[in-house]
Design a protein around this ligand. Structure first.
Ligand code: AMP
Ligand code: MG
Length: 334
């Protein structure tokens, strides 16, 4: 009888230990100016460490935190930064180049003038924008070793890529801690690790940019699903809406006919940079960029509510609420 009880106790302990090993842990917090959520199965305290990592990255990379490495570069025009920040600036500059300057990390003086970084929203005068646009040119940002140097009067902001990069770092941390299944949502920058614990693919909703709910759902595994949307930060004045993604060619909120762009691919950093760039350049140029560069797929939502996808998402994007896909962009036009 005693032996049976001991055996039973051992069995209970084993089962408890196993369920702990794959138990769900979540962290919900506010960082990088947005709500974030990390859900992982297993990995001990990996979720807590991932949250700490996001705050560390924010302190390093935020242009509005006077003590960050980016602020050091902005205030002195040239500063030595950590190897990580130097590498991130280098990667961001490659994405600026890939996008032909639609993504430009030096657009910061302009976004600041509109008040998007402070919340003191205003519509700058044309002359002011012209003046500020002279400071916008990512080709004048150089990285030499761990030193980042800007052209005269320039300022940089990694806001268009930092959350995607943070998603990559969090995914790495969770994976190396033994997590096989996780969903990371850093304010619309979603990254999934593996599949759901039941073996099915994660279902990631693409937010309806002009209302609540979703326009559709993407099935994903081991991928980033990153959205740039006008609805994420904007203000209204005299019946007009001004959103936070700026076209570096005229210093005004991008007006390309697109109200949200979702990019799906392996790298959170690349998806983040590309989603901002595609929002600026609009569907036609975005399709060319997609055809010229492999490695990512796109869902566009247009001003008139059309849903347009690239062909790699056929079969794994399902529109919601009776909506339909209006167009599938194909690699070979014909
Ligand atoms: P995202 O939400 O990733 O599309 O990034 C938008 C954020 O990046 C904005 O809140 C600005 O801080 C910054 N930003 C806006 N327009 C641009 C642009 N054309 N290139 C680079 N960064 C931008
Ligand atoms: Mg982005």
């Amino acid at each position: 009888m005693k032996r049976a009880a001991a055996l039973f106790a051992a069995l209970v302990m084993l089962i408890t230990a196993q369920s702990c090993a794959s138990s769900e842990k979540t962290a919900d917090f506010f960082a990088m100016d947005t709500y974030m959520s990390i859900k992982a199965y297993g990995g001990g305290d990996a979720v807590e460490r991932a949250e700490t990592l996001v705050f560390e990255l924010e302190r390093k990379l935020s242009a509005t935190d006077g003590a960050s490495e980016i602020s050091a570069v902005n205030s002195a025009g040239s500063a030595k930064v950590s190897q990580e920040t130097a590498e991130l600036v280098t990667s961001a500059l490659s994405l600026c180049e890939l996008s032909g300057g639609a993504l430009d990390i030096s657009v910061y003086p302009v976004t600041r003038a509109w008040g998007f970084t402070t919340g003191d929203y205003r519509v700058p005068q044309e002359a002011e924008l012209e003046e500020l646009l002279r400071l916008v040119d990512y080709t004048k940002v150089t990285v030499s070793g761990d030193t980042v140097t800007l052209g005269e009067g320039m300022l940089i902001d990694l806001g268009a890529v930092a959350k995607g990069y943070a998603g990559d770092r969090v995914t790495e941390l969770l994976r190396s801690s033994g997590v096989k299944s996780a969903l990371i949502n850093l304010g619309g920058n979603v990254q999934c690790l593996g599949r759901k614990p039941d073996g099915s693919r994660w279902k990631i909703g693409v937010q309806d940019p002009s209302g609540s709910g979703y326009v559709g759902v993407i099935e994903a595994e081991d991928e980033a699903v990153v959205t740039s949307g006008g609805y994420e930060r904007y203000f209204e004045l005299d019946g007009k809406t001004y959103w936070h993604i700026i076209d570096p060619s005229d210093g005004r909120p991008a007006d390309s006919g697109i109200i949200s762009v979702t990019v799906v691919g392996a790298s959170g950093l690349a998806c983040d940079g590309v989603s901002t760039a595609l929002f600026v350049i609009g569907k036609e140029k975005a399709s060319e960029l997609w055809r010229e560069n492999g490695g990512f797929e796109v869902v566009f939502v247009t001003e008139s509510g059309e849903i347009i996808i690239t062909e790699g998402l056929s079969g794994r994007f399902t529109p919601s609420g009776g909506r339909e896909v209006s167009e599938v962009i194909r690699r070979n036009e014909n």
